[in-house]
Design a protein around this ligand. Sequence first.
Ligand SMILES: Cc1cc2nc3c(=O)[nH]c(=O)nc-3n(C[C@H](O)[C@H](O)[C@H](O)COP(=O)(O)OP(=O)(O)OC[C@H]3O[C@@H](n4cnc5c(N)ncnc54)[C@H](O)[C@@H]3O)c2cc1C
Length: 933
Amino acid sequence: MIENIYDVVIAGGGLCGFACAIKSAWNGKKVLLIEKRPALSWEGTWANQLNFNVGNSSVTNLIVDELNKVGGLKNGRADAPILEMLMDKLADKNGVSLLLYSYPVRLIFDDDLAYGIVIGNKSGEQIIKAKIVVDATEEALLWRQTNTKIRKDLSLPTGKQTIFFNHVEGDIKLPMKLDNDITIYPSVWEGEVCVEYNVEKCDPLLARRKMPEMIKLVRSEVPQLKDALLTHAGNEPFPDTAMVEFEDKSIEHPRIKNFFGAGIWSSDAENSPMGRLEIGEKVGQILSKCDGVKDFPTDIMTGSYFREPEKASDAIVIGGGTGGAISAIASGRQGVKTTLIEASPSLGGIGTGGAIHVYCAGTRGGIQDEMDNKIAEISPLFLGKWKVVGFHPEAKKMILQQMAEEAGVDIILNTVISGVIREKGKYQTKSDEKVTTKAVAIPEPYEEINRLLGVIAVGSNGVSIYRAKVFIDSTGDGDIASMSGAPFVIGRERDNLTHTFSQPAEGLNKDGNLYGLNFDAGYVDPTDVEDLTRGRRLGINLYWHDKFTPENRILHIAPIIGIRQSRQIIGEYQLTLADEIAGRRFEDGISFMTTFYDNHGFDYENESDEAALWVWALGNFSRRIGCEIPYRCLIPKNVDGLILACRAISLTFDAHAGMRMQNDIQRIGEVAGLSASIAVKDGVPVREIDIKKLQAMLKESGILDEKYRPAPAVEDRPLELPTGAEIDESKTEALVWLSTYKGKETALALKNLISSEDPNMRFRASAALARYGVEEAFQELLRSVKNRVSEKTKGAKSVAIWEASIPFLGITGDKRAVPALVEVLKDKNATLDALIGALRALERIGDKSVISDIKEFLKRDDLPTKRVLQSSSALLKGMSPAVDDAKWQIELASAETLLSLGVPIDEVRQIVEPHLKDNRAYVRRYANKILSM
Ligand SMILES: Cc1cc2nc3c(=O)[nH]c(=O)nc-3n(C[C@H](O)[C@H](O)[C@H](O)COP(=O)(O)OP(=O)(O)OC[C@H]3O[C@@H](n4cnc5c(N)ncnc54)[C@H](O)[C@@H]3O)c2cc1C
């Protein structure tokens, strides 16, 4: 965890900063390395496969040795994914602390001394104190703040963009130079080549605009590449020269004694990986003789350093991902001046930069159809004679960019919003800590409405303010809404855990086609960049091998981490799972959604009762559900001037599992873009636009075309009750679900089934009747648990019926279940979820007599604590599935149960307190929640 004071803080985790960090650590300094991207050594990992030779520095030689050991260096080139994993490992092994996703926004200094830096990221602003400060940013972001004279400011020098082709046919003599300054280099891997072309400005937008022409040229001039597969591209071009030149080149600041510069702008070293590593190591050596600051001032404040004049637009879309890119296109096409600000170097979000380039479920219609047709048209250029599973991510990046540019959208990449300006209160640079733990209850009333006026943007040029009439929050995480003071819920009600995340990557499948690797890597708190850093590091390291081969290599680590769920902003309506299952319609319906209950859950004893009923009792995990989305889900409570267009719209935890697929989010993007255009043109707040007007536009665009309307999975109307004898399996499904809402009368029709021959039928009926005090249902559940009925529940996420019966036994609240549940706690063969289920059930039953049993249970040293997460069947050879150490789940569930049974907080604190120091933010959050109960 980030500490209070460091010996050295280094802003910029490129090769210079990395070498400086390692050398400083070797010299005994406590170092924090801060990088704006989610990867270290961006030159070799982000801009891809640079030349790497033995150099004059020990850090270079260490990297080269390690790369050679694992097979990551060949033909003078370092493999980008291997280098990314290796740099991370080396930082860890040498005791360098890391914070990714974070920009330096201000040097804290007086004339003589620097005291640290202020950093900005999606979690807000933060002060990092340090005895010595190093600016290792490409742009000299901090150095510029010290009145040092600039000779030339080339914020965008010329650069080189790299694209990669696999399945090169026949021999090819490399390196090869073509016209148009194209050079083809060998890669680390046989059958792969890197093609490098010049971009006039080191700008990813320009590099992408030029890409089709370059691909055509290469294919026509090099027969070996005619049919090859363009698999991936560098995330950004690599600059040919330094971005800034100062009058005096120096690595020690002329006035500020403990401030150093480690960039190619601070030295005469060559602009190559070796040159950069040498500078860093040199600075690391020089600063080891500096003691730095002894006393820190007490009144250090956060606050950004603004270099750029304020900018204004009519509509600003924050987050150019799945929802946001379409939002901007929709708004721009209506003639509204639209700016799109995106943190990563491309458009499309998780579907492109996140390597999740497959549509799974969701509803078609609208601009997305036009976009996908264009992607299909351009795809052969990328694919050659090969295929891609889903759509080609590079093609989608390009088409989105093209469509946005044609719509007149001003696209700003590599820029993150770290704060907002709102009418009440000045800068809101940290998200409100208004985390409600109830997933369903909407906190009322809100007396104040904040009006969002501007956003604080942190990018390569430093910090800027953007103002607009309407803002669209497409950050996925609801960053802007939360910064503006909108309430939100996060994670499930019991322990606030969000869905598992993935760290996707690109690979070649057994047929040689391009596919995205996707699996559950663990849990993370996406609103906290420190935890996001931990998650990214955990995720990339799952791809590590002691020896990389063509069979186990990955092509490219996705620059965007795969966050499935984060905040759900509470809007004017909160959609529920029941709405989705019933195919509900709304007067202000503006879109449809269809999918299945995709919650990536394992432990239904920790999920809601509805989820346990739908998945465990009914086996309905994969069943299609779908409904209308009301406009109110896009309008955050408590904030004006803002509309949501991403997975953070107002949904309950359960509803989110169904409402996040790319097709459905792209639709929401279009809705928000059109709504913003109406608000701008009619001069009204987004919450007050004419819905009928919006609906008419959506009918025209195809979003509200009736052919896409989903049918209810279970109709929300009274069933004609069949007599017991007539109830077959298909009817029980509706009956079991509806009985939850329609009451005991409906449910009693299920009673006969408790004596069915089919154990699953018995379980279903008794699970549905558990809440109504039906004796036969209670007895059936109890019998299942006591006899350890081992038949499996139906459908995906299947478990033994006895295990699935436990939560429903808890719902009965019947004390007669206590002995059987205590027996589960003693059972050496019980699974992790059966044990937690028993604790949760005992908590609901509320019998104090079990306190001593739970204390005894906690003394067991043989408890199963490994949660093996879901892995895809197509995983690379030798990769093992991720594992979460779930001891926290057992201990904190026990603590919560003991507390609810009346055990004094001081005693419970002893169980909880060790978890407050856990390095996983979600564990700390749950521990804190228990202590604040
Ligand atoms: C691992 C995984 C697998 C999935 N599998 C599928 C699947 O197979 N099929 C399917 O249809 N759906 C799938 N989904 C769901 C779907 O892809 C996502 O729910 C959907 O794409 C989310 O869209 P979004 O616009 O909300 O977020 P994103 O597409 O993530 O876009 C958010 C954008 O905002 C940017 N951003 C974030 N914060 C800031 C900030 N503060 N300032 C500026 N920019 C910011 C990000 O860089 C990003 O580009 C999957 C999701 C995940 C994570």
